[in-house]
Design a protein around this ligand. Structure first.
Ligand code: ASP
Length: 646
């Protein structure tokens, strides 16, 4: 059991029924007699480990453990795969906590017995979620329709990630109050959108501010009326509707978390601004008289001791339920594996595994596929629905997403940039196991792939025209900006970032003021919003709060990329406005997005492609914009797969 997603809602309900009958009747006291549980904790733990051990002993089973993994063969350099194989031959179930995202999944692939994830890096902590849901249910009854405010470090908090998926599945609403720079990762938000149809609506939550300072709220809800919410600053009516929605909601629970210092980069990580803290003010607010306060513990200083004596502070109950809930889980898993129903750790989605060794690595530097490649076989779920029609690979171990840049055909040894028009071809190659992916031309060519031949391209903007367009857009931006110092120019990586820098330089020249520039990386390592140029190599996040944001991209097509960029902006705070500048608008919008500043309108057909070439990206080339057509290859064997025709 690696992810909370490994249990269905029905199974969770069944577990809770079992937990209700625990700690133990006569029968339960022998349920695990003769069974051995091994606890392998590569990170500190109090509650999870001791409650698992207590649960196993109460069920009549016994426990073997390594007091400190640093005193195990790990210290001699043993791989997690070898440890898992060996310990699985000594025990009937493994409970594992590890500091790498996906490490427990990797170990489960080598263990012949059930493996339970007791927390893997920043990824998930599913058994904590079972305790959380169980506690919430006991306090509030049905989970459906409850509103839970989650606060603190939502980026690194593994308990949060498992919890939001479960809350979404049971139909609860979620309000996020993240510390600046510690917002929910984009891959989590996208999963909520994709799989549970949750949308996020940024709101000014004045009355939440009364008790939790320093943060803006985001409301995640299963209904879908919030298209407009993405454009709050320009739509006063939508704005007031959303504000009412949140100020009117009854908050059922605050789920508070500590700053996960151990997961932050040693050089310090983003986080200007305060950390949300629940204290005395909360107790005084009438509105929260029935709101319970939860915390996975340990707490540091985000949760005042004053709440300990208040009936609403239920975090010690939450910890105490760890025993009955984990008893229920152990019993359930043993019964399921005895009857052959243990499908838990088997994820049955078809996965993509690159036939080429030079496949792009997972975007997450803390993913087990990167920290311990010998124990893993990088595999990905393929998502075709990425913004802008991208081809997205979602890591099987840690769920982070990466965007495919180049695709190759293994038999013909040809490659080309991925393009939305090639979706069918990709599916076809994927089905036949003939799809290779690369993150650069260099990678493809090192593996002996050659580019598909391409014909002439028509240039539609030259260097001078691009320079003029950047100047004109900058002038327009300045004309419409009452306070240039409040401007924040945010480029969408990669080409949008270079254009953002050029626009900012123009603005600085014209206004004689310093203009802040940042970039948004939609699929990257997890720092999706950062300042440019990075100060001392550190990618700190610029504050978007009450800023006049100018979002910059090279080409606007469906509008999906802009939608994603907006969600990244709004989850880190509420700007006073967001305006959009693009070098080329080529039409075919699927989202209600209209750029405010356009370098050139280029009405194009669906089959045509527009590519902006910038000297910063394409070495030895001058700036230009080209247009060409694309024809999907019928058979990978028949080059040229992509024909450019005018
Ligand atoms: N105990 C929880 C965990 O291991 C929460 C925390 O450490 O903040 O993730």
């Amino acid at each position: 059991m690696i992810s909370i997603e490994d249990l269905s809602n029905r199974e969770i309900e069944e577990l809770f029924r079992l937990a209700d009958g625990m700690p133990a009747g006569e029968r339960e006291a022998k349920a695990c007699a003769g069974k051995i549980m091994a606890t392998l904790f590569y990170e500190p733990s109090t509650r999870t480990r001791l409650s698992f051990e207590s649960a196993m002993q109460r069920l009549g089973g016994s426990v073997i453990s390594c007091p400190d993994m640093r005193s195990s063969s790990t210290a001699k350099g043993e791989s997690i795969a070898d440890t898992a194989r060996v310990v699985a031959s000594y025990a009937d179930v493994l409970v594992v906590r590890h500091c790498w995202d996906g490490a427990v999944q990797a170990m489960a692939e080598y263990a012949e017995v059930p493996v339970i994830n007791a927390g893997d890096g920043s990824h998930e902590h599913p058994t904590q979620t079972l305790c959380d849901l169980y506690t919430l249910r006991k306090e509030k009854g049905d989970l459906k329709g409850l509103t839970v405010v989650i606060c603190g470090d939502l980026k690194h908090g593994r308990t949060i990630h498992s919890l939001v998926y479960a809350l979404a599945r049971f139909g609860a609403h979620v309000v996020t109050l993240a510390a600046n720079g510690m917002e929910l990762p984009q891959y989590v938000i996208e999963k909520l959108e994709r799989e549970y149809h949750y949308n996020l609506a940024p709101v000014a939550s004045d009355d939440l501010h009364a008790v939790v300072q320093e943060t803006d709220a985001i409301y995640l809800t299963p209904t879908q009326p919030h298209q407009l919410a993405l454009f709050t600053s320009v739509d006063a009516e939508a704005q007031s509707r959303l504000s009412k929605m949140v100020s009117g909601i009854k908050v059922d629970a605050f789920y508070v978390t500590r700053k996960q210092k151990e997961r932050m980069k040693p050089e310090g990580e983003a986080g200007n601004g305060g950390y949300p803290r629940i204290g005395e003010e909360f107790l005084k607010e009438k509105r929260f008289k029935d709101t319970v306060v939860m915390h996975p513990l340990p707490r540091v200083d985000e949760l005042s001791q004053e709440l300990d004596r208040d009936r609403r502070g239920i975090y010690f109950k939450q910890a105490a339920y760890g025993v009955p809930v984990r008893m229920a889980l152990l019993k359930f898993l043993f019964e399921a594996s005895a009857t052959g129903k243990a499908g838990a750790a088997e994820k049955r989605i078809p996965l993509y595994e690159s036939p080429e060794p030079a496949a792009p690595p997972c975007a997450n530097a803390n993913c087990v596929t990167r920290t311990e490649p010998v124990s893993t076989r990088p595999r990905f779920e393929v998502l075709f629905t990425g913004p802008g029609g991208g081809l997205i690979l979602k890591c099987f171990y840690c769920d982070h997403q990466l965007k495919v840049q180049y695709m190759g055909h293994t038999r013909s040894r040809k490659y080309c940039p991925y393009d939305i028009a090639l979706g069918e071809t990709v599916r076809d190659w994927l089905g036949r196991g003939e799809l290779a992916v690369f993150d650069s031309i260099k990678h493809a060519e090192e593996r002996g792939y050659e580019p598909y031949k391409s014909g002439p391209q028509r240039s539609i903007m030259d260097e001078a025209e691009i320079r003029d367009a950047v100047r004109r857009m900058s002038e327009e931006i300045l004309k419409e900006s009452e306070e240039p110092d409040r401007l924040l120019i945010l480029g969408i990586r990669t080409k949008g970032s270079y254009l953002a820098k050029r626009i900012a330089e123009e603005l600085e020249r014209k206004s004689q003021k310093r203009i802040e520039v940042g970039e948004i990386e939609i699929y990257g390592s997890g720092d999706d919003l950062r300042r440019l140029p990075s100060v001392d190599g550190e990618a700190s996040a610029p504050s978007v709060k009450e800023r006049a944001v100018i979002l910059v991209d090279d080409v606007i097509h469906t509008g999906m990329t802009v939608k994603n960029a907006l969600s990244i902006i709004f989850k880190s705070g509420r700007p006073s406005s967001v305006r959009l500048a693009v070098l080329v608008d080529r039409g075919h919008r699927e989202m209600p997005v209209k750029p405010n500043y356009v370098g050139k309108h280029i009405p194009s057909s669906e089959k045509e492609r527009v590519r902006v070439k910038l000297r910063e990206v394409e070495q030895d080339e001058r700036d230009k914009v080209v247009i060409y057509s694309i024809v999907s290859p019928e058979d990978g064997d028949q080059p040229p797969a992509i024909r450019t025709e005018l």
